[in-house]
Design a protein around this ligand. Structure first.
Ligand code: CUO
Length: 631
C-alpha cells in the first residue's frame, strides 16, 4: 500500500458510520480529550447542523482551524478521531473535509462521497427502513447483496413534482455540499495565509448557474420559468423531502403549502428586508461602507466579489453589522418556517443544509432573488462594447454537435446504485444498496470551425453556453432575458494557427463537470487511482446533468460559442494545478480563478442589442441544437 493510499484509508475511517459516532457508546472519557479540542462540542451531537447558522458555523470554524493547525498528519488523525467521538457528526464532516482539503500533508487525499457518508440525507427514509428490514430478516448464512428501490417522494398533483428527479438528484446535491466545503463561508484568508480568489463572485456565479439550469429543466418539462422569491411575507409553496436524520432519529420537516416567513429568535423578517434595502442602496450609489465607515467602491473588477461576500454573508463581508447576513439567514428562516420560535422543538426542513437544500423548489426561487440583487449591480455597469466582445481577426464560422444524429443530443434516464453500508450498520456483511434513477445524456462532441485571419498564431479561450430558444408560449426569448438562462457548458484554451482551424471537443472534457468520482469502496481499495493525482476536491457539476432534459419532441436550444483573446483572459498563476477538473464552477485550489473575465461573460451584463445578429461579433456564433428526451 502506498503512503497516499494509506492516508486515504485512515481518512475514510474518520467518516465511516459517522452518524452514530458521537451518540454511540464508545466515547472517549472527557479527561482524555486533547485540550486543543476544548473549544468544540457545544453544538449538540444529534443537532441538525446548518452551514448557514452563525453559531454552528462558529464552532465549525474553530474545529477547522484546530484540525488545520495539527502538527503533522498523525496529529491531524489523532485530533480528528477524538473530535469525531463527541462533536456533532455533520459539523465534524464539514470541518474535517475543509481541513483535509487545505492541509498540505493531505494533498491528493480524495474527499469521500458525502452521499455515502450521510446516505440518510440523499435517500428517503422508507427506502432506508426497507433496506434495514431486508438485511435483518435475511436467512442466516445468506451473504448476498441487497438492493432496494428508492421510493418516490410525491406525485403530479403537485406540478413541481415533475422536477423531483432533478432537485433530488444525488450528484447535484453532493456537488453543492462539496462546493461549500471548497468555499466555506468561514474561510478566513488571514488564518490560512492565502485568499480564495473571487470567492464572493463565484458564490454568485455558481448559484446563478444552478438557477439557470433549473429554468432550462422547467421549460424542458413544460413548466413555466420560476417566479423569483421577492416578498418576505408571501406564502410559500410546500415541500416534503421524506428524509430522515439518523444522528437524531428524527426527520427533515415538511413544509405545508402557504406558510410565510416569521421572525426567529435571533433574527427578524424585518432584518432581512432592511439588509436587502441596504445592499440595494449600496449598489445604487456604487459603494459599500465598511465597518470603519470608509467607502469601498463597487468597481467593475471587484464589485460582484464584494457584494457576494456581503450577501452570503462570509468572513469577507465588509460590514456584517450593517449589511447583515441575508442569504444564510434566508436558508435558516425557510428551514424553520413551521416552528419559527421553536415552541414545538421541531426539526428544520431541508433548506437547513447544503447537502439537502437543492431538493426544495423554494431553494431556486430564493437563489433567483439573490441573483436579482446581483443583476441590479450588473445593471449599473456599462454594456459591453463591440471592442470588448470582439477578438480581432478571429472568426467562428461553423459549430456542430457531433452525436448519433448531428446537432441532436439525446437524453434518457439511467439507473444507478448508492451503497448504504458506510452510513448505516446492517445485519449483513454484504453490500446494501439503494437503486435510483437519474437523467443522463449521450456523449457528444462540439466541432467548431474557426478562421484566424491574421498571419500569426493566436491563443484563444473558447466559451460554450447553451440556452432554450423559446419561452413557455413558443415565442423566441429576447436576448436580454435569455442571457440569464445561458448555462455554461465548457471553457478551454486553444491555439489558432493562421487560416482555418477545426476544433473538436468532447462533452466529457467539460470544465463545469467532475470527470471522476469514486465510491467509498473504490477509495478504500485504491482501485484505478493515480498516485500523483491533482483532483481530490470532489467539487463539480455531475457529468450526467450537463445537458438539460429537453423533451420527447426535441426541444430547440441555442448553442453559443465565443472565442476570446487568451492574452487578455490570462491570470498570473503559480503553476499549481490542484482540483482543476471543474474549474468553471469550482475554480482552482490555491490559485487565481483561471479567467480574468467576469464570471458568466459575456452574458453577465445587460444586453441592449435587439437580436442575436446585432449582438454577435465575428468571434461568436449561435446555432440551433435539439435536445431530445428518450423515455
Ligand atoms: Cu449554496 Cu444558498 O448557498 O445554498
Amino acid at each position: 500500500m502506498t503512503l497516499l493510499h494509506e492516508k486515504q484509508v485512515r481518512v475514510l475511517k474518520l467518516f465511516e458510520r459517522l452518524n452514530v459516532a458521537a451518540t454511540g457508546e464508545n466515547n472517549i472519557p472527557a479527561d482524555l480529550i486533547d485540550s486543543r479540542l476544548k473549544t468544540v462540542g457545544q453544538v449538540a451531537a444529534n443537532a441538525f447542523f446548518s452551514c448557514f447558522l452563525p453559531e454552528h458555523l462558529e464552532e465549525a470554524r474553530r474545529l477547522i482551524e484546530i484540525l488545520y493547525s495539527a502538527n503533522d498528519f498523525e496529529d491531524f488523525i489523532h485530533l480528528a478521531e477524538q473530535a469525531r467521538s463527541f462533536v456533532n457528526s455533520t459539523l465534524f464532516a464539514y470541518a474535517a473535509e475543509v481541513a483535509l482539503l487545505h492541509r498540505k500533508d493531505c494533498h491528493g487525499i480524495i474527499v469521500p462521497p458525502i452521499q455515502e457518508i450521510f446516505a440518510d440525507r440523499f435517500v428517503p427514509s422508507d427506502t432506508l427502513i426497507r433496506a434495514f428490514n431486508l438485511a435483518t430478516t435475511k436467512p442466516v448464512g445468506d451473504e448476498g447483496d441487497i438492493t432496494v428501490d428508492v421510493q418516490e417522494t410525491g406525485n403530479i398533483l403537485d406540478p413541481e413534482y415533475k422536477l423531483a428527479y432533478y432537485r433530488e438528484d444525488i450528484g447535484v446535491n453532493a456537488h453543492h455540499w462539496h462546493w461549500h466545503v471548497v468555499y466555506p463561508s468561514v474561510y478566513d484568508a488571514k488564518f490560512f495565509g492565502q485568499p480564495k480568489d473571487r470567492k464572493g463572485e463565484l458564490f454568485y456565479y455558481m448559484h446563478q448557474q444552478m438557477c439557470a439550469r433549473y429554468d432550462c429543466e422547467r421549460l424542458s418539462n413544460g413548466l413555466n420559468r420560476m417566479v423569483a422569491f421577492h416578498n418576505f411575507e408571501e406564502p410559500l409553496e410546500g415541500y416534503a423531502a421524506h428524509l430522515t436524520h439518523i444522528a437524531s432519529g428524527r426527520y427533515y420537516a415538511a413544509r405545508p403549502n402557504g406558510l410565510a416567513m416569521h421572525d426567529l429568535r435571533s433574527v427578524d423578517v424585518q432584518d432581512m428586508e432592511r439588509w436587502t434595502e441596504r445592499i440595494l442602496e449600496a449598489i445604487h450609489i456604487g459603494k459599500v461602507i465598511d465597518a470603519e465607515g470608509h467607502d469601498i467602491p463597487l468597481d467593475e473588477e471587484n464589485g460582484a466579489d464584494i457584494i457576494g461576500a456581503l450577501i452570503e454573508s462570509s468572513v469577507d463581508s465588509k460590514n456584517p453589522q450593517f449589511y447583515g447576513n441575508l442569504h444564510n439567514w434566508g436558508h435558516v428562516m425557510m428551514a424553520y418556517i413551521h416552528d419559527p420560535d421553536g415552541r414545538f422543538k421541531e426539526t428544520p426542513g431541508v433548506m437547513n443544509d447544503t447537502a439537502t437544500s437543492l431538493r426544495d423548489p423554494i431553494f431556486y426561487r430564493f437563489h433567483r432573488f439573490i441573483d436579482n440583487v446581483f443583476q441590479e449591480y450588473k445593471h449599473t455597469l456599462p454594456v459591453y462594447t463591440k471592442e470588448k466582445l470582439n477578438f480581432q481577426d478571429v472568426q467562428v464560422t461553423e459549430i456542430k454537435v457531433n452525436a448519433k444524429i448531428s446537432n441532436v443530443i439525446h437524453t434518457f434516464i439511467r439507473e444507478d446504485e448508492l451503497e448504504l453500508s458506510h452510513c448505516m450498520q446492517f445485519a449483513t456483511p454484504g453490500s446494501v444498496r439503494a437503486r435510483y434513477h437519474h437523467l443522463d445524456h449521450e456523449a457528444f462532441s462540439y466541432i467548431i470551425t474557426t478562421v484566424n485571419n491574421s498571419n500569426v498564431e493566436k491563443q484563444g479561450t473558447v466559451r460554450i453556453f447553451l440556452a432554450p430558444k423559446y419561452d413557455e408560449l413558443g415565442n423566441i426569448i429576447p436576448l436580454d432575458e435569455q442571457r440569464r438562462l445561458f448555462i455554461e457548458m465548457d471553457k478551454f484554451s486553444i491555439e489558432l494557427r493562421p487560416g482555418k482551424n477545426t476544433l473538436v471537443r468532447s462533452s466529457t472534457d467539460s470544465s463545469v463537470t467532475i470527470s471522476s468520482t469514486y465510491t467509498f469502496k473504490e477509495l478504500l481499495h485504491g482501485e484505478d487511482m493515480q498516485e500523483d493525482r491533482d483532483e481530490f476536491c470532489s467539487c463539480g457539476w455531475p457529468q450526467h446533468l450537463l445537458v438539460p432534459k429537453g423533451n420527447d419532441k426535441g426541444m430547440v436550444f441555442d448553442l453559443f460559442v465565443m472565442i476570446t483573446d487568451a492574452e487578455k483572459d490570462k491570470v498570473a498563476t503559480t503553476g499549481k494545478t490542484a482540483c482543476t477538473d471543474a474549474l468553471s464552477y469550482c475554480g482552482v485550489m490555491g490559485e487565481k480563478y483561471p479567467d480574468k473575465k467576469p464570471m458568466g461573460f459575456p452574458f453577465d451584463r445587460t444586453i441592449v442589442a435587439e437580436s442575436q445578429e446585432e449582438f454577435c461579433t465575428p468571434n461568436m456564433l449561435i446555432s440551433n441544437v435539439i435536445v431530445r428526451f428518450q423515455d
